[in-house]
Design a protein around this ligand. Sequence first.
Ligand SMILES: [Zn+2]
Length: 339
Amino acid sequence: MKKKIFALCVTVIFACGAAFAAPAANAEKLSVICSNFAEYDFVRQITGDLASVKMLLRPGMESHSFDPTVKDILDLQTCGLFVYVGGDSDAWVDKVLASFDKGKGPRVVKLMDLVETVPEEIVEGMQHDHDHDGDDDHGPDCDHGHDHDAKEEGHHHHHDGEEPELDEHVWTAPENAIQIVKKLGEVAAELDPGNKAQYASRAAVYLEQLRRLDDDFRKLIEGSKRREIIVGDRFPFLYFCREFGLKYYAAFPGCANQTEPNPETVAFLIDKVKQDGIPVVFHIELSNGQMARAIADATGAQVRLLNAVHNVSAEDFEKGITYLDLMRHNLNVLKEALN
Ligand SMILES: [Zn+2]
């Protein structure tokens, strides 16, 4: 009996020794998991080789219907930092985080907590759920509480009686990206104080590049002929357009699930392009671009990609494309669209 207890003690001590040894080997690098590409790139810019950074979405994957695998959940539980957006597409996150034992699991940064959020907007011509029974007048001419006179002053108006959800695409405005990167830099330094100075200097360099980007958008838009864009697609650019005072028309609010092209919406956007002499119609990344092409075919406008930086293709991921690359592309196509 005594022998057995002794053996047990040794085993326990040995096991503890092993348990202490294992994290020490892994503790060399801060491990970070990010839910989408924008976050992944922000963290990568700040940490360089100092951290191991993983994107939860696989390149090319649709970001609004993501479901974590068992391995993803295990990885999340053991990583040092988890960065996610919040909002509708990340609804799974709360449940997963709540399933972790108290005091365990990663440090968490939620983008929507870092900046001022706004509800999704329904603008004229947009396709959206009405929740009105027995009424098939769903289109630009509908009159369910829309105040069409508000167009003159506001252009944007909400549908009465509907609770619009908060728009999650906060990272699309460079000013928000700046706030997010500042926070991520601080958190990386807290979690890995040994590399604090390096995180600070890398973040400072990156923040400067983001400020220049913000400035370039501002100058372009201030100096351009028009301040209006047409997006023949879902519309994840609310924060971007608000930041730079751009008026917009688009097919769907936010990244609505309902994306079957509605002929009335297409007709409305075609009229807009003709009326306002719009030279470019946009589609978003990883979209089939069908509606934008239909509008362009009917009007002679050009089709261009406006990146919302949810995710990138496998090819671009391999190439190491960045948020700044994608936003610089946006700057170039906006130059065409606004002049
Ligand atoms: Zn989206």
